[in-house]
Design a protein around this ligand. Sequence first.
Ligand SMILES: *[C@@H]1O[C@H](CO)[C@@H](O)[C@H](O)[C@H]1NC(C)=O
Ligand SMILES: *[C@@H]1O[C@H](CO)[C@@H](O)[C@H](O)[C@H]1NC(C)=O
Ligand SMILES: *[C@@H]1O[C@H](CO)[C@@H](O)[C@H](O)[C@H]1NC(C)=O
Length: 661
Amino acid sequence: MVRMELATIRKHVQCRRRLDTLGSIILLLTSLISEIVSSSSAQGLASTPPRGWNSYDSFSWIISESEFLDNAEFVANTLKPFGYEYVVVDFLWYRKRDPKASIWSPGFDLTDEWGRPVPDPVRWPSTAGGKGFGPIADKVHAMGLKFGLHVMRGISTSAIAKNTPILGAKGSPDGSGERLWRAQDIALRDRPCFWMPSCFVSVNTSSEGGKAFIESLYQQYASWKVDFIKHDCVFGAEDMSLDEIEAVSQAIVNTGRPIVYSLSPGVRATTAMGFDVHKLSHMYRVTSDDWDFWNDVQSHFDVARDFAAVGLVGASGLQEGRSWPDLDMLPLGWLTDPGAPYGPYRRCRLSSDEQKLQVTLWAISKSPLMYGGDLRNIDKATLDLITNPVMLDMNANSFGNREVHSGPAPDNEAPPVLRLVGCNETINTRWAVHQKFLGSNNEQLCWTVPDVSFSSGTRTRELNGCFEGPLSRDPCTEFLRNAKKVNVPYLHPDQARSSTKEFETLCGNYWKQWPTTYEIANKEHFVSSSKLIGETWRVTSTGQLIGTKHGLCASIQVQVNVSRIWIARGLSGNVYVAFFNLGLKPSSIAISLDSLVKDQASYSPRKQPGNIILKSGLQCVGLDVWSNKQLGILNGVLSALVPPHGAALFSLTCNYTITDI
Ligand SMILES: *[C@@H]1O[C@H](CO)[C@@H](O)[C@H](O)[C@H]1NC(C)=O
Ligand SMILES: *[C@@H]1O[C@H](CO)[C@@H](O)[C@H](O)[C@H]1NC(C)=O
Ligand SMILES: *[C@@H]1O[C@H](CO)[C@@H](O)[C@H](O)[C@H]1NC(C)=O
C-alpha cells in the first residue's frame, strides 16, 4: 500500500505550479518516484527520522512530573502537526533529589525488589505505590504522543549493593540448583559506564542471570507502555557494548511492543560502529553531547558527512524499521547546563545564524530532531525555526543526502581548534613549555602546528600560540583569557623544553565527560566547570599534552575547509541544496547547476544510476527556505552570500528528468 504524506501532496501542488513555467512531463515521473520511495520506506518503526522532545538540555536530571507533562502538552498542542511525537524523560528519573545527590553520586538510585530502576515518587507523584511510569505513559498517550525513557548501561550499583535477586532467572549461578541469581552474580564491575563509573556497570549478558535481568527490565518498560528507549553508556569509543545492545535489542523484540531503540552517547563513533548496530537499533548518536557552543555544532559536519557517505542514513533498522545516525538533541531556546542540578534559566548561546546552520545540517543529514529546550518558554523565532515545513519535509522525505563539496574560503581564515583526541592522532601539534621572558621563571604552555592552508611552494608556515600565565595556575583559564591571541611570534623548538611537572586544569574534566572540539577564537567554549574535578596535564618529551587521567591528548588543528555544500533529492523531483559557512567572515558560496544535475543522477533509488533527460537549456526555479522567498529563474549557477557561522537552504525544481524509476 502506498501512503502519500500530506506534505508530499502539498509539495506536488506547489511543484505543479512551478513547473508550469518550465513546462514538461516531469509531474507524472515525480509522482512515480514518490510512490516508489514512500512505499519502500513506510514500513516499520522509525521509517523517517524520529522527532520529538527530550528533557535533558533544559532539565538535566531533575525534571518533575508536572514539568514533563507541561512540555508534553506543548508538543501535543503545537508541535505534533509538525511530526514531533516522542516525549522522552532523560537520565536519572530514579535518583532521589537529595542535597547530596549529583550526577556522579552512587547510592541515591531507587530500585524495586528485583534491582530494576523505578521513578522517584517525590518527583513523579503519579508513579507512587509501585505503579511505575504507566500512569504517565497513559497521560502522554491520551495527548496523542509517544512516551520515551532514558536508561543506562547494565545494572545500578545501588542494586549491586543490595544484591537484589533477578526476576525470572533460571538455574543458579553456581550450578547447585539451590542458590538463586542475584545482582552480584551478573554485575561486571570492571566494565563500568565510562562517564558515570560509580553508578552503573555492565551485566554479563552470556549468563542466564544477566539475560533474565535484561529481559525483566524490558518487560517492565513494556508494561509501563514505553514507546521509546534511549540506552546510554553503550555506544561510542568509550562505551561500546555490542553484547548489551544485542541483548536489549532482542529483549525489545520479545516484548512484542513497538519500541524505538536509540543508542548513546556516541563519543568518537565510527562508521564501523554504525555498521555494527544499525540493524539492532533505530538511531544511534554519532557524536558526544551537543551543547549550544559553536564548536559543538561545527564538530558535527565531518561526522555527518562520513556516515552519509557510507550509506548509513536510513539504513535498515531493528524489526523491519530503519536506523538513523543521530546528531543529538537541539539545545535551542530555554536551557540549563550539562549535568546541572538545576533547571532551565538561560537562553541559547548560539546566534540566530548558528541556530539556522545547526537545524539545516541536522535536517539535511536526516538526523532525528529532538528539541531540547523548555517548551514552556520557547520564543517565536525558535519555534519558527523548528517548524519550517520545507525543512521538516526535507528531513523526513529526501534521499541521496550527502556533502558534495568541502573547500576553503579564500578570503576566510578559520581559527585553529583545540580538540581532545587519541594520543596517536596528535601528529600535528607540538606542545612545549617556554619561559615567557628569557631568564624569567614565568612559564607558558605553547603549541606549534604546521598550517597547511598557508602552504606556499615547499615552505609551510607554522601557526603557534601560547597559554599565557604561569603553569602553576590553570592554563585553560589562562587560555580562555587570551583566547584571541592565536598568532604569536614563532618559537624555535630549541627554546622549548618538555615538562616533567604536572599541572591541573579545571577544563580538563569537562573534556573527559564531553570530549569535543573547541575553537580558540571563541572563549565561551571553555565553560566554567568548577563543579567538576580537575584533570592533570603533562607535556611529554615528544611534545604531546596528555591528560594523565583520561589518557587523551590535546591537539590543535587548523581548520581548512570552512565552506560546505550538502544536497539531497526530494520526493517531488526537487533538489535541496544547503550552503554552510563555518568561517568567521561572510562567504560567497556557489554550485553550478550542471554539477548539481550530474550529482542527482549519480544517486538513485535503484542500484543503476539514471540518465538525465534535458530537452532545452538547464534552468531551475525554487525557494530560499529560510527567507521563504521564491528565487528567479536560475541559469548556470546557484550562489549565495552566506553569513559567518551561517547557512542557506534552497529547494530547487529544474527542467530535467532522471530515468531512474
Ligand atoms: C559470563 O557468564 C558466562 C556463563 O555463565 C561465563 O562463562 C563467563 O565467564 C562470564 N563472563 C564474565 C566476564 O564473567
Ligand atoms: C578540503 O578542500 C579541498 C579542496 O576542495 C579538498 O580537496 C579536501 O578534500 C577537503 N578536505 C576535507 C577534509 O574535506
Ligand atoms: C590509535 O590508537 C587506538 C587505540 O589506542 C586505535 O584504536 C586507533 O586505531 C589508533 N589510531 C591510529 C590513527 O593509529
